[in-house]
Design a binder for this molecule. Sequence first.
Ligand code: SAM
Ligand code: SF4
Ligand code: SF4
Length: 334
Amino acid sequence: MTITDTLHRPLRDLRISVTDRCNFRCVYCMPKEIFGARYPYLSHDEILTFEEIARLARIFTSLGVQKIRLTGGEPLVRKDLHILIKQLAEIPNLDLTLTTNGSLLAKQASALKAAGLQRVTVSLDSLDDGTFKAMNDVNFPVTKVIEGMDAAAQVGLRPVKVNMVVKRGMNESSVLPMARFFREKGYILRFIEYMDVGHSNGWRLDDVMPSAELIHIINAAMPIEPLNARYRGEVASRWRYKDGSGEIGFISSVTHAFCRDCTRIRLSAEGKLYTCLFAVKGHDLKSLLRNGASDEEILETVAGVWGARADRYSELRSENTAGLPKVEMSHIGG
Ligand code: SAM
Ligand code: SF4
Ligand code: SF4
């Protein structure tokens, strides 16, 4: 079954945030001043159980979802995540992947693979320890994240993709070293433009390093050329090194909005459904689940939410929209 929204976009991808907690305090996502000990994180009772998530996932796939990405917060801080992966991996024809900060990946990679996870994306913003620690703000070293990536590759969670958020004045000098290093390793590096998610990261347009600038810098050192998108709605624009040594990607959410092909829906840890990363309000599925709704009723609700969807925040973004109320990225899932 395929359902489409008011702009004729089909529903294809589901991102599930399994926790709003994280062991990092990245300055662009969960700044320490706001996400301190007194921050009102969700309690265990408030978040969806694995059974509830798996039930919803099956309903979503019957509505056309082909890909599920687990995210957070940091998904690997959720206890026994491999049990959820096992339940999701039983759904036929599903592309199942996960985005992680990599800190706990070396320990969990083989259990995740055995449970049926197919691939991972690991976030890393610099190879320079000083820069990386200033960005994760919990003194976490680069080597541990790379150990996590290598463990994932070793157990077959391939291809490993690497997400690097580039913030001007913070880590632009890490762009070329990162490109060289991951080309050598054969992991696919993707540069993400710094976004105005949530309302706590103090975003300014001047802090964004446009992909065009990054392409220029990389191309001058290691010539690259664009590749065709593999499918409608692919988030990263893909490029390859002209000498055939690999691929890199650019996620230009600010300078080249891709709302017109956006096929993504998001489920927060507490069971709210969001039709856009920049949504203000979610639709409460947890109450339906916990009040005994049938699969059919939930399916109709989801179809109704998607059918009414008109979101295209990134196409409308400006300095003026940055201050609008939004849900935090760690809550809704990146
Ligand atoms: N904790 C996991 C991680 O860091 O990979 C998963 C959740 S995180 C919210 C998902 C992705 O969003 C990460 O790659 C992160 O770098 C990215 N992200 C977070 N805040 C961002 C921002 N303000 N602009 C662009 N990307 C951001
Ligand atoms: Fe945590 Fe990921 Fe946000 Fe960093 S980007 S604070 S690792 S959720
Ligand atoms: Fe999709 Fe919203 Fe991002 Fe546009 S701004 S690409 S609609 S999530």
